[in-house]
Design a protein around this ligand. Sequence first.
Ligand code: HEM
Ligand code: HEM
Length: 227
Amino acid sequence: MQLIRVWDLPVRLFHALLAVSILGLFITANLGGNWMEWHKKIGFLVMGLIVFRVVWGFIGSYHARFINFVRAPSAVFVYAKGLLKPNGKHFLGHNPMGALSVLALLGTLAFQAITGLFSNDDIMLEGPYANTVSKALSDQMTHLHKLNSELILILIGLHLAAIIFYSFYKKERLVKAMLTGYKIQNSSIDSHLKAKMPETPRPYWLSWLTIMIIGALVYALAMRALG
Ligand code: HEM
Ligand code: HEM
């Protein structure tokens, strides 16, 4: 048994900021009125977070990279079949089903941010690019923005249910790992990972450079759009 670093600081910061921002987006959407200005600002923040996570999925540390956790549908199926077995396969990073939920969350959130740019509420509220398309298209985007927000709520519900299942049924401390970055590696089960996995995290300058470039681009876009 050995403590091993699984989630790097950028992934953990991304996750914490994302969860708080999504909460803020649903609260501001429900409060309406002037709060919608904050809704748009936080929406841009989420856009930046998603772009960052996609880039980090290619250049980040081992468990952050898509290639090390996204699996073919057949692997997801095999994993799902063994889910309730006490000695089912164990993964240090995202398991194949978790990977699917990561992709679903990232995809629906990206779609939500894009449709938000073109939404309107028929009274005074408008996404920053609603004027650049026809009213009919903007109405369609608004409809999709509302519909997709329900899908996001369902996915978040499943995400939290999965985490409760893993904590209590599988006795895996996933939440602690997402907070501290570390998991306990059981070498008898995970020995196949050892040879492949470089344990050194990505250098800090790479994460800060990536964050600064994406942050500056999204900030410039938000400033132009929101004025
Ligand atoms: C609005 C709410 C949330 C959203 C949108 C969200 C989204 C995500 C995403 C996208 C990931 C993948 C992380 C990555 O690889 O970059 C993730 C992982 C994770 N999230 Fe959340 N999350 C939310 C709330 C929470 C909460 C409240 C908790 C804890 C109670 C939590 C616990 C975790 C854990 C433990 C993982 C790692 C799962 C694993 O080990 O495979 N999340 N979440
Ligand atoms: C990315 C995460 C986002 C989430 C989770 C989200 C969620 C929501 C929700 C729940 C509503 C209320 C829908 C209803 O009335 O039933 C809403 C409305 C709205 N959102 Fe977003 N939103 C996001 C991003 C954005 C962005 C980036 C913008 C624009 C910059 C935006 C602009 C709007 C506008 C203009 C409305 C009002 C439309 C209406 O009243 O129906 N949203 N959003």
